[in-house]
Design a protein around this ligand. Structure first.
Ligand SMILES: Cc1cc2nc3c(=O)[nH]c(=O)nc-3n(C[C@H](O)[C@H](O)[C@H](O)COP(=O)(O)O)c2cc1C
Length: 179
């Protein structure tokens, strides 16, 4: 199985998720930013990462999702809105549709920290965007808990078989006492 991870991430949150996803995947894998990403045709599974803008996948993410129709696709995303919100559900539905629907084998999304200047701009808008009220809780995300949840989503999608420790952490087994 050849895996490709493609991500759109001007601010770096989705890139963090992409790198962790890449680390957890089994061998035969490539990772590329969406700018200049290869054609999906040469791969069996494409993991496409995007960020939310205007309640939808960002424009570069949308463009690449459309190229993946007919391929096995795993979606991942970051957003300011709360993960369990209708806003996120709608955006993920849109991404599924763009990627071709039935060929989407799984999805994962979590909040991604929104920079202070973006929060300030959004707060000055009238009306304020609906995701703004959730955005303070996005601080520090994606984090280790998000990576664990990502691990579960990858198992559910059949892309990995066991939970793998979060990046940077070494989980040691207790020594076996003999005799
Ligand atoms: C211009 C702009 C528009 C945004 N619009 C939304 C939105 O509609 N819904 C949402 O949940 N988050 C929105 N966000 C928050 C980002 O989706 C979130 O911070 C994300 O993690 C950014 O990803 P990145 O760091 O990979 O670029 C917006 C952020 C920016 C800068």
């Amino acid at each position: 199985m050849k895996h490709l991870v493609v991500y759109s991430s001007p601010g770096g949150n989705t890139k963090k998720l992409a790198e962790e996803l890449f680390r957890q995947l089994p061998d035969e894998k490539d990772i590329k930013p969406v700018e200049g990403a290869p054609d999906p045709a040469g791969y069996d599974v494409i993991c496409v990462g995007f960020w939310f803008k205007g309640g939808q996948p960002d424009a570069a993410g949308q463009k690449y999702l459309k190229k993946c129709s007919g391929k096995k696709v795993f979606l991942f995303a970051t957003h300011g809105a709360a993960t369990e919100s209708d806003l996120v559900q709608l955006g993920m539905n849109k991404a599924t549709e763009l990627a071709g629907g039935k060929n989407v084998i799984g999805a994962f999304s979590c909040q991604g920290e929104v920079p202070a200047n973006v929060l300030e701009n959004a707060a000055n808008k009238d009306p304020q965007p609906p995701w703004l009220k959730d955005a303070p809780a996005a601080k520090g995300h994606p984090n280790g808990n998000d990576f664990m949840a990502l691990s579960e989503a990858l198992i559910k999608a059949g892309l990995t078989t066991k939970a793998s420790p979060v990046s940077g952490q070494i989980i040691e087994e207790s020594p076996v006492m003999l005799g």
